[in-house]
Design a protein around this ligand. Structure first.
Ligand SMILES: [Ca+2]
Ligand SMILES: [Ca+2]
Length: 80
C-alpha cells in the first residue's frame, strides 16, 4: 500500500514540479533537465555523490520525475 501511494505521489509530484515556477527557474538553460550546477542554485550544498543518487537512471542528468522522487523520498527538501 505504501509503495502504491509512493508511486502515485511521485507521479503527481513530477507533474506538479514540472510546472512549478521554482523548478522552471532552476532549469536555467530550459532543456527540461537539471544539471548539477543548476540544482546547486537551489540546493547549494548538493554534492556530486548526492546528484548521482538522485539521477536514478544514471544518464548524467536529473529529470523532473527524478527530482520529484528525490523530494518524495526525503533525499532533497521540498522547494517552497
Ligand atoms: Ca537544464
Ligand atoms: Ca536521469
Amino acid at each position: 500500500m505504501n509503495r502504491l501511494i509512493y508511486a502515485i505521489g511521485a507521479t503527481l509530484g513530477a507533474a506538479a514540479i514540472a510546472t512549478s515556477a521554482m523548478a522552471h527557474e532552476m532549469d536555467t538553460d530550459e532543456d527540461g533537465l537539471y544539471s548539477l550546477a543548476e540544482m546547486q542554485t537551489e540546493y547549494a550544498t548538493l554534492t556530486e555523490e548526492q546528484y548521482a543518487e538522485i539521477d536514478t537512471n544514471a544518464d548524467g542528468a536529473v529529470d523532473p520525475a527524478e527530482l520529484a522522487a528525490a523530494i518524495e523520498n526525503g533525499v532533497l527538501p521540498a522547494m517552497d
